[in-house]
Ligand binder design. Structure first.
Ligand code: ACO
Length: 378
C-alpha cells in the first residue's frame, strides 16, 4: 500500500472529484457548475440555483415552475414533527434543534431507495421545502408561540421571513435573503460537505446525510464566524476605536473576525455582493453605525494585512445584513444551513453516482503488545 504523509485536517488532500463548484482564490472567482456567483446573485433565485447545483444544468422554464411548485407543496411539516419540536428546550441552540428535526424526517420518509430517481427527487424537494419551516417553527416555539403555516402565495425566501416574524416581508428584504441563500448554497469541499459525503457513502438515507452535515456546520470554526463579527463590531463601538482595536489584535496576535480565508487571497466575491446588499438595506431601512465601523475596519485591515492576502470573507458583511433583517444572532448559522442544504444534496447525488465508502487510514501512535493487568494488580 502507498504510504502518504499525514496531513492534519486532510489539508490539501482531495477527498473527491467534483463538478459542482469551483473557487479561484487568487482571482476571487467562485462558480457553481461553471456559472459566476455574481451572475447567479443578480439574475437567479435560490430555488433555481439549487436546481442547477443538484441536477447540473439551469432548468428550463417549465422545469423550474414544476420544481418550485413541488417545493411549495411540501413546505408543511407533519404535526408529529411539530409536536416533537415542542418538547425541545427553548434554551437549546437552534442548530441542535435543526439537526434533530432533520434526522426525524428520516423516521417518516426513509426508504433508502437510492436507485429510484423518484425517491431522490422527493427527498431533495422535501429537505429544501421543510428545513426553513423547521428553523422558523423552532424560533416561534421557543418564544412560546405556535408556529405559523407556510403561505402559498409567498415565494421561498419571503415565506421563510414571514414564518419567522409572522409579518409579510418587504420585497427588498425578501430578495436580499434569497440572494444570501444563493451565496451560501455551495462552496467546494469543506467540513460539512465532507461530512455529508462520508455519511452518503455508507448508503444511508438523505435525512441522515443532512443531519450529519448540520451537526458539522454548527461548530464555531465553520458556520459561526458571522455571529462573532457582530460581537466584534459592538465591542469596537465607535469609529475612533477601530484603529486601536486592529493594532491591539496585531500586537496580541488575535484574529480579526470576518477576515482571511484558507482559499481566497483577495476579497471574497461573496463579501463584495453582501456589502452591496447591506448598502441597499441601509438605504431603505435606515443607517446602521456598525456598517460605518465595518467599512473603516476593512480599510485599516487592508492597510495592515493586505500584503498577507487577508481581506473580508463571506462572514464579514452577512451578519450585518441578517441583523438588519431582524434575524436573531443564533439563527445566522441555521440560515446558512437552509442555503447549504442545496450544496449538500448536490454532493450526496454526486457521491452516489460513483460511490465508494470512505475508509481512510490512520497513523497509529499508541502503545503496543502490552500484557493485560488483572484489576487487583493495577
Ligand atoms: N486577522 C488577523 N490576522 C490574520 C487573520 C485575521 N482574521 N487571518 C489570518 N491572519 C494572519 C495569520 O495570523 C497569519 O499570520 P503570520 O503569517 O504572521 O503567522 C497569516 O495571516 C496566515 O494566516 P493563517 O491562519 O495561516 O491562514 P489560514 O488560511 O490558516 O486561516 C482562517 C484562514 C481560519 C479563515 C483565518 O483567516 C481566520 O481565523 N479568520 C478569522 C475567522 C473567520 O473569519 N472565519 C470565517 C472564514 S469563512 C468561512 O468559514 C465561511
Amino acid at each position: 500500500m502507498m504510504v502518504c504523509e499525514f496531513k492534519p485536517g486532510l489539508e490539501g488532500i482531495p477527498a473527491a472529484e467534483s463538478s459542482i463548484s469551483n473557487v479561484d482564490g487568487q482571482n476571487g472567482i467562485l462558480e457553481y457548475r461553471g456559472i459566476r456567483i455574481e451572475d447567479l446573485a443578480s439574475q437567479s433565485t435560490f430555488l433555481e440555483t439549487a436546481y442547477l447545483l443538484i441536477w447540473g444544468e439551469l432548468p428550463k422554464k417549465e422545469e423550474l415552475a414544476e420544481f418550485e411548485h413541488e417545493v411549495l407543496y411540501h413546505r408543511r411539516i407533519k404535526y408529529r414533527i411539530r409536536d416533537m419540536m415542542k418538547c425541545f428546550p427553548e434554551s437549546g441552540h437552534p442548530m441542535d434543534a435543526l439537526q434533530a428535526s432533520a434526522a426525524a424526517l428520516g423516521l417518516f420518509y426513509s426508504r433508502r431507495d437510492l436507485h429510484n430517481p423518484i425517491y431522490i427527487r422527493d427527498a431533495v424537494v422535501r429537505l429544501l421545502a421543510t428545513i426553513p419551516t423547521m428553523v422558523a417553527a423552532f424560533q416561534l416555539m421557543r418564544k412560546g408561540n405556535d408556529p405559523v403555516r407556510p403561505r402559498d402565495d409567498l415565494d421561498y425566501a419571503a415565506n421563510f421571513l414571514y414564518m419567522l416574524s409572522e409579518e409579510e416581508p418587504d420585497p427588498l428584504a425578501a430578495r436580499i435573503i434569497d440572494v444570501c441563500l444563493i451565496l451560501h448554497a455551495e462552496h467546494t469541499m469543506n467540513a460539512s460537505t465532507f461530512s455529508a459525503r462520508v455519511t452518503a457513502s455508507t448508503l444511508t438515507d438523505p435525512y441522515a446525510v443532512v443531519a450529519s452535515a448540520v451537526g458539522t456546520l454548527g461548530g464555531t470554526l465553520h458556520g459561526g464566524a458571522n455571529e462573532e463579527v457582530i460581537q466584534m463590531l459592538e465591542d469596537i463601538g465607535s469609529m475612533e476605536n477601530v484603529r486601536p482595536y486592529v493594532e491591539n489584535c496585531l500586537a496580541t496576535k488575535a484574529k480579526i473576525m470576518g477576515f482571511g480565508h484558507r482559499v481566497y487571497k483577495v476579497k471574497d466575491p461573496r463579501a463584495t455582493i453582501l456589502q452591496n446588499l447591506a448598502e441597499q438595506l441601509f438605504a431603505k431601512f435606515g443607517h446602521d453605525k456598525y456598517y460605518d465601523i465595518a467599512q473603516e475596519l476593512e480599510l485599516i485591515v487592508e492597510e495592515k494585512l493586505g500584503h498577507k492576502g487577508i481581506y473580508p470573507n463571506v462572514d464579514f458583511y452577512s451578519g450585518l445584513v441578517y441583523k438588519k433583517l431582524g434575524i436573531p444572532t443564533d439563527l445566522f448559522t441555521p440560515v446558512f444551513a437552509i442555503a447549504r442544504v442545496a450544496g449538500w444534496l448536490a454532493h450526496w447525488k454526486e457521491q452516489l453516482a460513483e460511490n465508494r465508502i470512505f475508509r481512510p487510514t490512520q497513523v497509529y501512535n499508541g502503545r503496543q503488545h502490552l500484557p493485560y493487568t488483572p484489576i487487583d494488580q493495577r
